[in-house]
Design a protein around this ligand. Structure first.
Ligand code: NAP
Length: 503
């Protein structure tokens, strides 16, 4: 067994946790000329990293945690890359006990932002900086250039930023890393990134399903349709990998790969967190929620088997598209996908804007779209348009504050580039959702995204009726259109049902 005893204050920063992500992040830092202290609970991982990749750069391995901390230059920076939850909590405790005021602990795992806020506050009281940092791009991104979303103090970013920006992905010469905002802002933005990723994947999957089961295309034909969409506003990493997955043939059976995979989608929980958080904040994110529910439905094996056995098919029609109809439908699905994608991203940005205003994070929404252009799973050409749309409108706190005269962009849907895209997409999108309903080929995220847009554009919503119902059974009161500030209640039980003004 090795005994690594590093020289004191010899490393620029350290990485604790050398699993898949931590090892690759440490290698990325070393390859960019940073001297990186490395430590892992189980020494074998540190040894393996040194054996295989020790020559890639200046690694400073340590067998003992005290030596690891002592090897860091002050103010010390230690990046934790271990499982979120109890493991991260335990490591923060161990590390913070050895660190000094002014030092910086970075949690780079997928931690829920509320935990980050709590930990940041506790460590701040002890004089330590705590940075919750979102890292996107998986294993390959960590090694070759991820999108990085650090929160925490501006002071900690002064120390961390140059190192992080050097290892992040770059697009048009700009790093896909920026200081997101205080305390939990970085982990929050990473959370919503993952929620948007769920929605984007579900929408693409629905497009595939409609092309297959309504338009009657073969899997290789659908792969070609997706390939052709690369030359459009839909161009994205997720479209690229969809084309790859659909182009693959199973070597064992000779069937399309997608047909030999069990149709039950897994999840690690960030879709659930994004949806739960949106519910808590009172923000509508139906595309993200629908995508999360769709994974749950796909995995509900017993219910699916029972309902299939019951053969509940009345009212559905078989698809018989051919020739020009089929071509028109393919184009309609493309438009529905783009419209739904705009709606899904608008929802995600709305969630960020709302949290930013609530917690005083002052998040620059355009910068968030900018740092998602490279390195991460939702990287796409489309994000350039989002950056441009927000650039003239300032921070999220302004965007979400309807009373603020600077609130130019209360919804991404109203940015001219997206408003005109929606006007163009809506007729085809409506047809696609209608055909989905008539044929019984489900497209829940297409449908709920359309309903989201229709709700926002409606002159009047049936919410007025709900207010009446609430006032009837619970005296919950209502405002009148001719007195929006006044609080009213109708005496529903009284014979004359008179209205009272309560305030
Ligand atoms: P991993 O390969 O399973 O490695 C887990 C690491 O955590 C190991 O170094 C392990 O040490 C350490 N660990 C676990 N419990 C510990 C404890 N109680 N005390 C000290 N160390 C402990 O995991 P990973 O895929 O690298 O993921 C790490 C984090 O990155 C997670 O929060 C994950 O959500 C996040 N993340 C992952 C991805 C991805 O694509 N994989 C992308 C973004 C973010 P031992 O060797 O001693 O077991």
């Amino acid at each position: 067994m090795s005994d690594f005893t590093p020289a004191p204050a010899s490393a620029d920063l350290g990485v604790f946790g050398l699993g898949v992500m931590g090892a690759n992040l440490a290698r990325n830092l070393a390859r960019h000329g940073h001297s990186v202290a490395v430590f892992n609970r189980t020494l074998a991982r540190t040894e393996r990293l040194m054996e295989r990749y020790g020559s890639e750069g200046d690694f400073v391995p340590a067998s003992d945690l005290k030596d690891f901390v002592a090897s860091l230059r002050t103010p010390r920076v230690a990046i934790i890359m271990v499982q979120a939850g109890a493991a991260t909590e335990a490591v923060i405790e161990e590390l913070s006990a050895l660190m000094e005021p002014g030092d910086i602990i970075v949690d780079a795992g997928n931690t829920l932002y509320t935990d980050t806020r709590r930990r940041e506050e506790a460590l701040r009281e002890r004089g330590l900086h705590f940075v919750g940092m979102g890292v996107s791009g998986g294993e390959e991104g960590a090694l070759l250039g991820p999108s990085i979303m650090p929160g925490g103090t501006a002071e900690s970013y002064n120390r961390l930023g140059p190192m992080l920006e050097s290892i992040s992905a770059h697009v048009d010469g700009e790093p896909c890393c920026t200081h997101v905002g205080p305390d939990g802002a970085g982990h929050f933005v990473k959370l919503v990134h993952n929620g948007i990723e769920y929605a984007d994947m579900q929408l693409i999957a629905e497009a595939y399903s409609l092309l297959r089961y309504v338009a009657g295309l073969s899997v290789p034909e659908i792969a070609e349709v997706f390939r052709s969409w690369k030359d459009s506003e839909l161009d994205s990493y997720l479209i690229d990998i969809t084309t790859e997955v659909l182009s693959r043939t199973d070597p064992v059976t000779g069937r399309p790969f997608v047909d030999v995979v069990v149709d039950a989608a897994g999840q690690k929980g960030t879709g659930v967190w994004t949806t739960q958080t949106a519910l808590e904040l009172g923000v509508a994110v139906p595309a993200i929620a629908e995508a999360t529910f769709a994974r749950a439905v796909s995995s509900a094996a017993a219910a699916r088997a029972a309902v299939r056995a019951a053969d509940l098919a009345p009212g559905t029609s078989e698809s018989t598209l051919s020739g020009q109809d089929r071509e028109a439908f393919i184009d309609a699905v493309k438009q529905a996908l783009y419209g739904s994608k705009i709606a899904a991203y608008a929802q995600g940005f709305d969630e960020i804007a709302t949290a930013s205003a609530q917690f005083g994070w002052n998040i620059d929404l355009g910068a968030m779209a900018r740092i998602w252009r490279g390195g991460c799973i939702i990287r796409a050409r489309f994000l350039d348009d989002i950056t441009r749309a927000y650039n003239s409108t300032g921070s999220a706190d302004n965007a979400s504050n309807a009373d603020n005269e600077d609130a130019h962009l209360a919804s991404l849907l109203t940015a001219p580039v997206f408003a005109s895209a929606l006007v163009q997409a809506l007729p085809a999108w409506r047809q696609v959702v209608a055909i989905s309903a008539l044929t019984g080929v489900p497209a829940p995220a297409f449908a709920s995204s359309l309903a989201y847009v229709d709700q926002l554009r409606a002159d009047r919503l049936p919410a007025a009726l709900i207010q009446g119902q609430r006032d009837f059974f619970g005296s919950h009161t209502y405002h009148r259109v001719d007195d929006p500030e006044g609080i009213y209640h109708t005496l529903w039980a009284a014979p004359e049902r008179t209205e009272e003004k309560w305030n």
